[in-house]
Ligand binder design. Structure first.
Ligand code: ACO
Length: 370
């Protein structure tokens, strides 16, 4: 038995949710470019869960369910008020989502209907949890969710307490569509491994949030912004990047395990970053990002991934830097839960083997002799 480091190239599950074939990403067979241009995030979540685009009455039913479930139990919000003020946002999210299970009577109901409903419930509650976390640490009360508006609209509203602009809602909605699913990425795999033991959906999502937190995965979008802030201005880009590459540092937001010729989602975020920059009358972050891309692609052949231009997009939307990865979680929850439902449908315990490389024939030595 020889291990494949990072399971590169290993096919670990059959799935009909999303595919990456020859660098083209599809959700349920529909090209991501098509969905990014035309679909709302709610339509995409429905597509991922049910395997087809919703008709008008189906999307209206989903909207009603999202409205009904978006309220977070008060016990969870009160619990969040006890988190230390400087808590890492993804750690807070991991804890809060786990605690939602304690107040859901159906948390351990494993029927397909109950699990589908929990997927919708979590999708409704996650944006409210992220917005509440942001407000509580600023000493403000959480804002109750609105009814009849999109998840993107509701999230921006609950974050600031003010009505968001149409431009901001559209940009965030598109970003949510772009992040919704991505085949067997690390966090989705973590979710599937957890529920393949027949553990509950909350446990699966909590595992996924833990996996998404790391800077090699979802945490990269925040890390990109840290880098842009460290660079500070367009004039510093060349020196910073040349130095980082000479020191063999990883440039966050570049490279991908699966895409070697570029991440198809990045172009949409780049366009959005340019348009939002123009609207705000401040193109510096966009221009810095383009210059970084030119240097990193030119010198290393590495292309930007989904996280790279997300950083300047979310900054243009005036979203705090440490909420970038929680926003990724809001979107990816649709994919995680679709994969969890798919795993339950045809489950088998996921239990690979390890290539043992430790000592052999070692003997127990009594403590006095060590
Ligand atoms: N900057 C500089 N060099 C890089 C980068 C980068 N961002 N990414 C890969 N490389 C180099 C590595 O140093 C390595 O070089 P070497 O062969 O000389 O040692 C080579 O490219 C292969 O890299 P690996 O890390 O082995 O590639 P892997 O497939 O394991 O990793 C990953 C993919 C984790 C995305 C990697 O490219 C990376 O760390 N990127 C930065 C973090 C990032 O943006 N993550 C988000 C990914 S998208 C997502 O999860 C949503």
């Amino acid at each position: 038995m020889t291990a494949t480091k990072g399971l590169e190239g290993i096919v670990a599950a059959a799935s009909s949710i999303s595919s990456i074939i020859d660098g083209v990403l599809t959700y349920r067979g529909i090209n991501m470019d098509d969905l990014a241009e035309n679909a709302s995030f709610e339509e995409v979540a429905y597509l991922l869960w049910y395997g087809k685009l919703p008709n008008r009455s189906e999307i209206e039913t989903l909207q009603k369910q999202l409205d009904e479930y978006a309220v977070v139990p008060n016990e969870v919000l009160e619990g969040m008020k006890l988190y230390p003020k400087n808590t890492n946002s993804m750690a807070a999210l991991r804890t809060a989502i786990s605690s939602l299970a304690l107040y859901d009577q159906a948390a351990n109901d494993m029927s397909p209907e109950a699990n589908q409903l929990k997927a919708i419930k979590l999708q409704a509650q996650l944006p409210a949890v992220v917005a509440a976390f942001s407000r509580i640490r600023e000493g403000k009360e959480p804002v109750a969710p609105k009814k009849g508006v999109s998840i993107a609209h509701n999230f921006l509203y609950m974050l600031s307490g003010n009505e968001p602009s149409d431009v901001a809602v559209k940009a965030l909605d598109q970003a949510l569509v772009l992040h919704a699913d991505h085949e067997l990425n690390a966090s989705t795999f973590a979710a599937r491994v957890t529920v393949a033991t027949l553990s509950d959906i909350y446990s699966g999502i909590t595992s996924a949030i833990g996996a998404l937190k790391g800077p090699l995965h979802g945490g990269a979008n925040e890390a990109v912004m840290v880098m842009l802030e460290e660079i500070g201005s367009f004039a510093n880009v060349e020196g910073y990047i040349n130095n980082a590459l000479a020191n063999k540092q990883k440039i966050m937001g570049f490279g991908h395990r699966v895409y070697k010729n570029g991440d198809p989602r990045a172009k949409h975020l780049q366009k959005m970053s340019r348009e939002l920059g123009k609207l705000r009358g401040n193109m510096e972050l966009y221009e810095m990002s383009v210059k970084i891309e030119e240097l990193v692609t030119g010198q290393k052949g590495l292309k930007p991934n989904v996280d790279f231009y997300s950083a300047s997009v979310y900054t243009a939307l005036e979203i705090p830097r440490d909420l970038f990865t929680p926003i990724f979680a809001i979107s990816r929850l649709s994919g995680w839960s679709a994969h969890i439902l798919e795993q339950y449908q045809d489950n088998r315990l996921i239990r690979p083997r390890a290539d043992y490389v430790g000592p052999v024939n070692a003997k127990y030595v009594p403590i006095e002799q060590r």
